[in-house]
Unconditional design. Structure first.
Length: 76
């Protein structure tokens, strides 16, 4: 079970995201892009990003993607 992957990512004011084949994060300090692997989905709800996976075989990618997305949001 991925504990890291289940943790929601709060979006600070001034940070905008665009979800497509990759997650594009833009803020006052710059722009960053995070690749989204197959089987992993990212959704935005009420100023929070949530990362989910299709099955348990993707647990490692789930936590990795969430950590990279959180670092991108904090960095911009």
């Amino acid at each position: 079970m991925s504990r890291v992957g289940k943790k929601p990512i709060p979006l600070p004011k001034g940070v905008t995201i665009h979800i497509a084949e990759a997650l594009r994060v833009e803020g006052p300090k710059g722009k960053l892009t995070v690749p989204i692997p197959g089987g992993i989905t990212i959704e935005q709800r009420d100023g929070i990003l949530e990362v989910s996976r299709e099955n348990d075989k993707l647990a490692a990618l789930h936590g990795l993607t969430r950590a990279l997305a959180a670092n991108a949001v904090q960095g911009v």
